[in-house]
Design a protein around this ligand. Structure first.
Ligand code: UDP
Length: 329
């Protein structure tokens, strides 16, 4: 009954590993450590340093560890980078996922949880965004993830593989116990950048666009706390084990905060009034992305525990301080 977590040494994956271990599950992680860190893993998790796109390795890991379910986090995730290097993204996110799914099918693994993204919706005409909206990703990143959704759909039907696709909105915060967090150096995500500005690791930060059609002109995003997100994966695992049919679920809280609001919260919680510069829009940023978030609650029985921006920001600040002491930020 071991769960294979690809990308388990990364940001969201390491929270999933903790959630699984906390729930008494056995875990094997496959991570090539391209962006993850071995030290993000507790000793109870077995780490295989390797590539989830190596089908032979995946078959071996599945057999040796008695893997019965896979949670697939390993991916490249930076939208502008995907525009500059689309083939690299299709390799990392599509081709390697195909190899992993093939290994699962060949080895008789029946349960698969896939980290997808709100980027599959592109610039949605409806807000909040329901799962059944026509999909029209605008970046290679979104397309590379959508292709994996399609592979799962088709392989699921053909081979009796049951899956839960979770489409993440904006993931933020850190483990409430301070065991792991967002450790990627040069991360571009808003809350991490603002936390670094508050701690003096950046001289200032920028707001990318104040002329959007939103109440204060800056972009609206739906920030979901990372341990709540990991918990949605745990619930997905129970759902699949109980015989649940394959499904696709948004993961967000269903409420948007503007960039300016988030920065205000970071200033208030940190007690630091760091410099903020208004800047032009960043390429490809939609004005608002907010989840229609009821399906994950009704289908999985998931309930958020950390739906509170002050808490999320507090966790991010605490982790950023910890990284400074570790000298890896
Ligand atoms: N953002 C910003 N300054 C930053 C980083 C992000 O104004 O230094 C904005 C970004 O333009 C977007 C929002 O914050 O409107 C969330 O961006 P992030 O990169 O965190 O996530 P995304 O929504 O792009 O996945």
């Amino acid at each position: 009954m071991t769960v294979l977590v690809t990308g388990g040494a990364g940001y969201i994956g390491s929270h999933m590993v903790l959630a699984l271990l906390d729930a008494g599950e056995k875990v094997v992680v496959v991570d090539n450590l391209s962006t993850g860190f071995w030290w993000a893993l507790p000793p109870e998790a077995t780490l295989v340093t390797g590539d989830c796109g190596d089908e032979a390795l995946m078959k071996r890991v599945i057999a040796e560890h008695g893997v019965t379910a896979i949670a697939h986090f390993a991916a490249k995730i930076v939208v502008p980078e995907s525009v500059a290097d689309p083939l690299g993204y299709y390799l990392a996110n599509t081709v390697k996922s195909r190899a992993l799914i093939a290994a699962a099918v060949a080895s008789g693994v029946k349960h698969f949880i896939f980290s997808s993204t709100a980027a599959v919706y592109g610039e949605p005409a409806t807000m909040p965004v329901p799962e059944d909206l026509p999909l029209d990703p605008v970046s290679p990143y979104g397309r590379s993830k959508l292709m994996t959704e399609w592979m799962l759909q088709d392989a699921g039907k053909a081979h009796g593989l049951n899956y839960v696709v979770l489409r993440y909105f904006n993931v933020a915060g850190a483990d409430p116990q301070g065991r792991t967090g967002q450790s990627t150096p040069n991360a571009t995500h808003l809350i991490k950048v603002a936390a670094q500005a508050a701690l003096g690791d950046r001289p200032k930060m920028q707001v990318f666009g104040t002329d959007f059609a939103t109440p204060d002109g800056s972009c609206l995003r739906d920030y979901i706390q990372v341990s709540d997100l990991a918990d949605a994966h745990l619930k997905a695992l129970s759902y699949l084990r109980a015989g649940g049919a394959s499904t696709v679920l948004n993961c967000g809280y269903g409420r948007g905060y503007s960039v300016l609001e988030v920065i205000e919260v970071v200033k208030r919680v940190s007690g630091v009034d760091f410099p903020v510069e208004m800047a032009p829009r960043r390429a490809g940023d939609p004005a608002a992305i907010i989840a229609k978030a009821d399906r994950v609650r009704t289908e999985l029985g998931w309930e958020p525990r950390y739906d509170d921006l002050d808490q999320i920001v507090g966790q991010a600040l605490r982790w950023e301080r910890f990284l400074k002491t570790k000298n890896v930020a």
